[in-house]
Design a protein around this ligand. Structure first.
Ligand code: IMP
Ligand code: MG
Length: 186
């Protein structure tokens, strides 16, 4: 079925504006460039939600990096993680002895990143760190902290700037709270 709707009508509230995102990404990118000076980290993006954030962050980082992606899904069209992770695509690079910086759209329960971090650690990298656009600490079930956080968000289901509901709303240029009426009774 093809849905036609006005995305803006489904947004309860804008949480992080386009301007605030760009400014903060530049700031964190500068910090990462400083911290990794003299190194050449591999930036690993977790698809698909990370795409706009990855593009902006990679450009905000001013030191040489190599780029890679992996694809993992934990939601099946809902607003709650199913807890069951499906690996759809692994990274291409050999990360043994390398500095790895994982970029993620949102750190919620931490299950996705915990699994990825454990998988990577077994490949004996020099270091593994996490940079997330959003941190939702209220959702955490795993003992995991991001090394770089752009924004901390409250306990709400958010969409935009890569984040989706049923693969929609990813193309909104800001992060907003999705109206509950959109996903209730579905
Ligand atoms: P975790 O494994 O529970 O930390 O969830 C991480 C993944 O769940 C993210 O990569 C997102 O795809 C998704 N996710 C968690 N919270 C939200 C949200 O509020 N909106 C959209 N996606 C979310
Ligand atoms: Mg996701």
């Amino acid at each position: 079925m093809i849905n036609k709707f006005d995305m803006m009508e489904d947004i309860e509230q804008v949480l992080v504006s386009e301007e605030a995102l760009q400014a903060r990404i530049k700031e964190v990118g500068a910090q990462i460039s400083e911290d990794y000076r003299g190194k050449c980290p591999i930036l690993v993006g977790v698809l698909k939600g990370v795409v706009p954030f990855y593009a902006a962050m990679a450009q905000a980082i001013t030191i040489p990096v190599q780029e890679d992606f992996m694809c993992v899904t934990s939601f099946e069209g809902g607003t709650q993680s199913t807890g069951k992770l499906t690996f759809r695509k692994d990274i291409d690079h050999d990360i043994e002895g390398r500095d790895v910086l994982i970029l993620e759209d949102i750190l919620d329960s931490g299950r996705t990143l915990k699994l990825i971090v454990d998988l990577f650690q077994a490949r004996r990298p020099k270091s593994v760190k996490i940079c997330t656009m959003l941190d939702k600490p209220t959702g955490r079930t795993e003992d995991l902290k991001a090394d770089y956080v752009c924004f901390t968000v409250p306990d709400a289901f958010v969409v935009g700037y890569g984040l989706d509901y049923d693969d929609y709303y990813r193309n909104l240029p800001f992060v907003g709270v999705l109206k509950a009426s959109v996903y209730q009774d579905k």
